[in-house]
Design a protein around this ligand. Sequence first.
Ligand code: ADP
Ligand code: ZN
Length: 713
Amino acid sequence: MIETTPQTPRLDRARELLQHTFGYADFRPPQERIIDHLISGGDALVLMPTGGGKSLCYQIPAMLRPGTGIVISPLIALMQDQVSGLRQFGARVAYLNSTLTPEEANRVERQLLQGELDLLYMAPERLLTPRMLNLLQQSQIALFAIDEAHCVSQWGHDFRPEYIQLSQLHEQFPAIPRIALTATADEPTRKEIIQRLALQQAKRFIAGFDRPNIRYQIAENDGNARERLLRFIRDEHPGDAGIVYCLSRKRVDEVAGWLQSKNIEALPYHAGMDNQTRQRHQSRFLREDGMVIVATIAFGMGIDKPDVRFVAHLNLPKSVEAYYQETGRAGRDGLPANAWMIYGLQDVITLRQMQASSEADESHKRVERHKLDAMLALCETTGCRRQALLGYFADPLEQPCGNCDTCLQPPQTWDATVAAQKALSCVHRTGQRFGVNYLVDVLLGKGNERIRQFGHQRVTTHGIGGEHNAGEWRTIYRQLIARSLLAVDLEGYGGLRLTEASRSVLRGETTLMLRKARKIEKKSRRQSQHNQQIKAADHSLWEALRKLRHDLAEAQGVPAYVIFHDATLMEMVESRPQNRQHLALISGVGERKLEAYGDDFLDLLQKFGQSRATRPDDTLEETLRHLGRGLDVEAIARERNLTLTTIYNHLTTAIEEQRLTLDEAISIPPDQLRTILFAFERYGAEGRLKPVYEALDGEVDYGILRCVKATLT
Ligand code: ADP
Ligand code: ZN
C-alpha cells in the first residue's frame, strides 16, 4: 500500500524550506508526516535508524513555528559542531553550555528572550535549572526536541540520570509540542521512554531499522586480529575515516600505536586519557578527512560525522543494541560502508564472567544475559546477518540481504554432535573446573606435566579428539559456550561447567549443527566499494574538491562535512555542473551554501570541464558511473537507451579487468549463484555457455552467465 502523503499548506512551506535552505529535493517518507504532525502542535516519538534524517524532523518545524525550538542533547562537546553545521544553512542557532563565558551565555539568553533564535541546543542538566526554566517561561518556545531519548531508559545501554527529570517538561509546558528521538529502542526501552517522558499521547513514528548501505561482516578470531584489521583497512579503506572499537584502554593504546607504526592515521580515545587530549583527538577525527579513531565504547554517542566509512570491532559488544548503535555510526551519508567485527573464544568467556560476577540484582542480570545471548546468536548464525539483526528489532526482512558475509560467502555447517559429546564429557571427566586450553590438551592426548599431575592422562577422554586440531576444538568450545551448553566459572579462571542444556546433547537426544571454522578469504578486494565508485568517476577532480572543501572548512574552524557531504561532492564529480543553476540542482546545495561557496566550486569544476561521459568512446566508463550511482543493469540500459546485452558486455569486461567483483556488477541471490556455479562445473566444459544456459532451463540471461564466467577464469 502506498502511504498517502498529507498535502497541507504547512507542508508546502516545509518543502520549500527543505529545497531552498537545505538543498534537498524531497522528504524521505516518514519525515514529512512527522513534520506535519509537529507543526500542528502534536507530540511525537520517533524511532529512525542512524542516518535516517531525524534532525530535520525537528529543525524544520522549529524554523516554521513561532518561537525557538529547544533541543536537548546529551553531549555538550558536540553542540558546537551541530550548531556550526546548521549555521551553514543560514539557520539562526545557538547553544548554551558550560564552555561559554558568562557574557556569551548572557547574549544567547537575550536572543532567546527576544525571539531571535530558530533553535537552541542545551544539555538536560542545564535545562532543568530553575533559572533556565524561568527563562523559558518568559520566552516563546516552538517545541522541545529530546535527542537520544533512549538515555532515559535504565535498561538501555546509555542511561543518563539527568534525562529522568525531563518528564517535568510536560508538567511545566503542557501546551508545547515535544518530540523524542532515538535510533535504538527495543520494545522494553520504547515503553520506558514513553512512560518516563510522559509521552502516552504522542504519535509514534517507527521507521524500519535497516541500514542497507552497511555491509555486516563477523569473523572468528584466529589469533591475529590486529593484522587482519590492518589488512582490512589497507585493502578496503585506504584513506577513509573509520572507528575501531576495543574493550579495554590498554588495547586501545596498543592498537592505535600499532596502526600508526603502519602509517595509518590512527588516534586513541578512552576515558583514561586526559580531557584535553581526548577532546583534541575527537575533534581531529571530526574535522580532518580520513582519520581512524581507536576507542573504547565511551566514544561515539552523538557523533554525527556522515562519512565514517567503516566501524571495526575487535571485541564483542555486550548486546545487539550496542552493536547496532556502534555499527550505525558508519555510512550516515547513505554511501556504502562496512561493519566489520572479529570475535573469539576469549570474548565470550570474558563477557560471561563479567556478567556472572557483577553486583547487579538478579533481574538485571537476567536481562543482561539475554542480551549477550542474542549477540552471540548473531555471531554464530549461519543465516543472513541482517535478517538476524532486524529480526531482533522485530522488523523482519523477507529475503536474505546479499550484503553481509553469510550471504556473500555462505558458511558451512556440520553435524558436531559427536564432537560436542567428546568436548562435554571431557569437561565432566576432568571435574568441571578447567579452562579450554587444558581441555583441548586432554582431548588431543598431550602428556604434559600439568595433565600428569592431575592424573588426567588416565581419564577416558584423554586422546579421543585426534580428528580435530587445537584450533578446531577451540571453535567447538566457543560455540558450546555461546549456546550455553557450557557455563563459565565465577572465579575468573575460565573453568567450564556443564549446564542443564548439556545433558540432552550428552545423552544423544539432540543433534547439534555447528558452523565450520572459516578462514577469511585471503584474496583482498583491491579497493573499497566507495573508492571504486570514485575511480569510476574521476579521481583527480574528487581529490581537488576535497581539498577545496578542506581549505574552506579550515578557514572557518568547522568540520569539512559541514561545508558539503561526500555524497554532494560525488554528485559534482558525476554531473560536473558548469554554472550556478546546475550546481543548485545538486543534493545538499541550498541557497546559503550556493551563495557562500558556489563560485569557488564552480571555478574548480570549470577547470576540469564537462563530463568525460559525453565522449562516445567512454561508454564502458559511463556504465560504471551509473553502476556506482546504484543503478542496476536494467535501469542503466533504460537510462542510456542501450540493450541489456551491451550493458552486460561492459560489466563482463570490467570483471575481466578486475575492476569490479561479481557482486558489485550484478545482484544474484546466493542460492541462485550456487546453482549457476554448479551448472558451470557440470556442463561448462571448455567455457561453453550454451549447455550451461540449457541446463538452467534458459532461465538465466546469457549476460549474467557471461559475468559469472568472467569470475571463473
Ligand atoms: P540521524 O540523526 O537520523 O542519524 P541526520 O539527521 O544526521 O540523521 O541525517 C543523516 C543525513 O541525511 C544528513 O546528512 C542529512 O543532511 C541527510 N538528509 C536528511 N534528510 C534528507 C532528505 N530528505 N534528503 C536528502 N538528505 C537528507
Ligand atoms: Zn545477508
